[in-house]
Design a protein around this ligand. Structure first.
Ligand code: OOG
Ligand code: NI
Length: 471
């Protein structure tokens, strides 16, 4: 190729910036939320020197201000296949499989995100991407109608797909084409205030499930939220009303803790937005649609399979015993019970590591390096940490939580009666549509941890062999 390709990481940064700008002009409340989050993050960093040091150690201070996730909902296998190719241009790859049908949401999903440490550090932009499961529509006539509508639409511009093909063939895009790609790809995520269906069809789809109407009635999968990362979600939640924003009643995920785990999220309800529908004669008819909402999140340490099992069990027990109503009844009791039950989840970094509940990044300390090779050679990793030769910092959770995602979906779909689909999860069909098997997030965290430990031990003059049996 003539010009040198620019890095996928750089294309992702261009894209996420363009997306953020587009969303800020489309949804003014998003701008207000960004201001509030920036304010809270600055205050939290000033007040918590330990947190600041840990973020600096992990190279996370720079990424924080650009860190966002969004979500889209797709309608067909072909759309999912092509979005994987589009995201690959930006260094984003599918990670994890989320089945939301168990929570009454007729979709399954993956998250596109960077997977390498360097890419995550640059800009960990993620997009939760779900695929509608038309097989969960019982009404066969309606299912066929939805299928036909979806089959006729093209959510990518022809030029976007051309540029994807060029990138695949050449192994990258040069500067000019990268800029063009960003502009073209952005079109897929844009809001359309005119529906492709009649109001009558919209209502039928809506009746089957609001989400089905959201996916099927429009030209493209409008980005439905863009979430900044805060260092103190409780402070942002408390500050939202002051900014004219009404948050949902409970924060999803684990309770507030000294050592944050996984992911805590809260959202505010989307506004009803005016939509132009067509009547049978093709004339315009005014209606509304509710899809876009706001969300914030606080990220904590990634949990091992063992830690995740404990998390899931504790969360399930609270949700079983305290149900929060659609209007927020019992929210206080839920929060109190959540904190109480999570009392049995260790809340100390050293303990979380020792019990293998969470993933950590290891680094050699100055003191450890100064005593390189000496008495340390007989120590276990545990002893090296305790002796201060190794430092540990939490590896941030880069993914999503299905129960939280379902809660976010539900709260934005309104207080509809909760259905739950009994059909089996259909991972095979999802992977076939995607044209790839999503990466296993636990494996990615384990690799990161292992690589950091190898590097740190090397710096301490200790070979992997020496610590092998004692890790
Ligand atoms: C996606 C909801 C999931 C999250 O943060 O868990 C999500 C959607 O509503 O399309 O974004
Ligand atoms: Ni979200």
């Amino acid at each position: 190729m003539a010009a040198r390709p620019i890095r996928p990481d750089d294309i992702r940064t261009m894209f996420s910036r363009a997306m953020s700008e587009m969303y800020r002009t489309e949804v003014p409340q998003y701008g207000a939320l960004l201001d509030l989050v920036a304010e809270v993050n600055a205050a939290t960093m000033r007040a918590d020197a330990g947190l600041r040091a840990s973020l600096e150690q992990n190279g996370e201070t720079e990424r924080l201000s650009v860190e966002r996730h969004g979500a889209i909902r797709l309608g067909t296998a072909q759309e999912l296949f092509d979005i994987r190719r589009v995201f690959a241009v930006m260094g984003m790859h599918p990670v994890g499989y989320y089945d939301l049908s168990v929570a009454g949401v007729p979709v399954h999903a993956t998250a596109f995100r960077p997977i390498a440490d360097a890419g995550l550090r640059r800009n960990p932009f993620r997009v939760f991407t779900s695929l509608l499961r038309l097989d969960l529509i019982d009404d066969l006539a309606l299912r066929a109608e939805a299928e036909a509508i979806l089959a006729a639409r093209r959510i990518f511009t022809p030029r976007a797909l051309e540029l994807v093909a060029i990138c695949e063939a050449e192994g990258g895009l040069p500067q000019g084409q990268a800029g063009e790609f960003v502009r073209e790809a952005l079109e897929t995520f844009r809001w359309h205030s005119d529906a492709t269906v009649s109001l009558a069809t919209y209502r039928k789809l809506h009746e089957a499930h609001r989400l089905i109407a959201d996916v099927v009635s429009f030209r493209g999968p409008h980005i439905n939220h863009l979430t900044p990362r805060t260092l103190d979600i409780d402070a942002v939640q408390a500050g939202m009303p002051g900014y004219g924003i009404a948050p949902k009643a409970v924060i999803e995920g684990p309770p507030r803790r000294k050592c944050p785990i996984l992911l805590r999220q809260t959202s505010f309800k989307a506004l009803e937005e005016p939509i132009a529908f067509k009547d049978d004669a093709g004339a315009g008819i005014a209606g509304t649609h509710t899809a876009r909402f706001g969300e914030i999140e606080q990220r904590g340490v990634a949990l091992t399979a063992k830690g995740r099992r404990l998390y899931d069990a504790l969360l399930a027990s609270v949700r079983h015993d305290v149900q929060v109503g659609a209007t927020g009844a019992n929210a206080g009791e839920y929060g109190a019970e959540l904190s109480r039950r999570f009392g049995s989840f260790p809340d100390d970094w050293a303990e979380l590591r020792a019990e293998e509940l969470a993933f950590f990044r290891y680094s050699a300390t100055k003191a450890g390096i100064a005593r390189r090779g000496s008495s340390a050679s007989a120590m276990s990793v545990h002893e090296l940490v305790a002796a201060g030769h190794l430092r540990i910092d939490p590896i941030v959770y880069e993914d999503f939580l299905p129960v939280s995602a379902a809660g976010i979906f539900q709260s934005n779909l309104g207080g509809d009666a909760q259905k739950s689909y009994t059909a089996d999860s259909n991972r095979g069909a999802f992977e076939a549509a995607l044209g790839a098997v999503p990466h296993d997030e636990l494996e990615l965290y384990a690799q990161t941890e292992r690589a950091s430990l190898d590097r740190a031990l090397n710096e301490l003059g200790l070979s992997e062999f020496q610590i092998h049996a004692t890790a």
